[in-house]
Design a protein around this ligand. Structure first.
Ligand code: AMP
Length: 285
């Protein structure tokens, strides 16, 4: 497995692979890998000749006062996990190489899609995401790129960017990988102590409750949101950031499930102590 730290070397190697007729599957990550990331890698390995995993804690997508400095990092552990998978190359650039002094080019999906849910609480976050992802596409030249449903708003924003800017890359969504307890895997779970980890189960519990109501015929999303809210509020350590029920194509708010053909996303963000956790469930209606 090759490890590239340099942007130009990564790009040259990717171009050489394309010239040799190989298809490239890219899995962008911020590292500190877990089984959720590895599910994306396994999907990529099924479909492409070559799998490239990027590991880059992107400073541009963190706001002031967020956890950029504390974000967990363990590149040697990540590399050994990826060696056990069918990964041809890891791209782990420095921030200085990605954003040289004087860097001033950004890519932004504007409008409601990036202003709601996580975008409302984290202004500038998605601009940082779309800028880095478009750079990764130009450097690693993937045919297919893999993103987790865990960050559902992120993948929907990237799908819109790819469609509207005619990137020649296919975006694949990979379902959420959970711990046996139901907690969605996340690099940030390392911030939780045992008591907080137990409290964090309330996210999935609330989502499952809403799914049960939907399956029982409930259509009114205000009723569903209230139900979710009451479950989360019963957990003393939990503070609700948002609860939203939205369309899974464009994140438009849904007032009544009768208006929807296909699937809705029930999405929530909850703080447990100082750790902000997100989770969601895609439910067919
Ligand atoms: P991150 O390193 O947190 O930026 O995540 C890198 C990619 O892995 C993103 O596309 C995430 O949505 C995806 N991912 C993170 N956690 C999970 C999970 N529990 N299940 C599936 N995909 C995930």
């Amino acid at each position: 497995m090759l490890v590239f730290e340099n942007v130009r070397e990564m790009q040259k190697w990717s171009l050489d692979q394309k010239k040799a007729g190989k298809t490239i599957g890219l899995v962008p990550t911020m590292g500190y890998l877990h089984a959720g990331h590895l599910a994306l890698v396994k999907e990529a390995a099924k479909a492409s000749d070559i799998v490239v995993v990027s590991i880059f804690v992107n400073p541009m997508q963190f706001g002031q006062g967020e956890d950029f400095e504390e974000y967990p990092r363990d590149i040697s552990r990540d590399i050994s996990l990826l060696k056990a998978e069918n990964v041809a190359a890891v791209f782990a650039p420095s921030a200085r190489d990605m954003y040289p002094v004087g860097y001033s080019t950004f890519l932004e999906v504007t409008g409601e899609m990036t202003n709601k849910l996580c975008g409302k609480k984290r202004p500038g976050h998605f601009k940082g995401v779309t800028t880095v992802v478009s750079k990764l596409f130009n450097i690693c030249i993937p045919d297919v790129a893999y993103f987790g449903q865990k960050d559902i708003q992120q993948v929907i924003v990237i799908e819109k960017m790819v469609k509207e800017l005619n990137f020649s890359v296919k975006i694949e969504r990979v379902p959420i990988v959970r711990e046996a307890s139901g907690l969605a895997m996340s690099s940030r779970n390392v911030y939780l102590d045992e008591v907080q980890k137990e409290a964090a189960l309330v996210l999935y519990k609330a989502l499952q409750y809403a799914e049960k109501l939907i399956n029982g015929g409930e259509k009114d999303t205000a009723v569903l949101s209230k139900g979710i809210e009451s479950i989360v509020k019963a957990e003393k350590l939990a503070i609700i950031d948002y609860i939203e029920i939205v369309d899974d194509v464009d994140l438009a708010n849904v007032a009544n499930l009768s208006n929807i053909k296909g699937s809705v996303v029930i999405a929530l963000a909850v703080k447990i102590g100082s750790t902000r956790l997100i989770d969601n469930l895609v439910v067919e209606v």
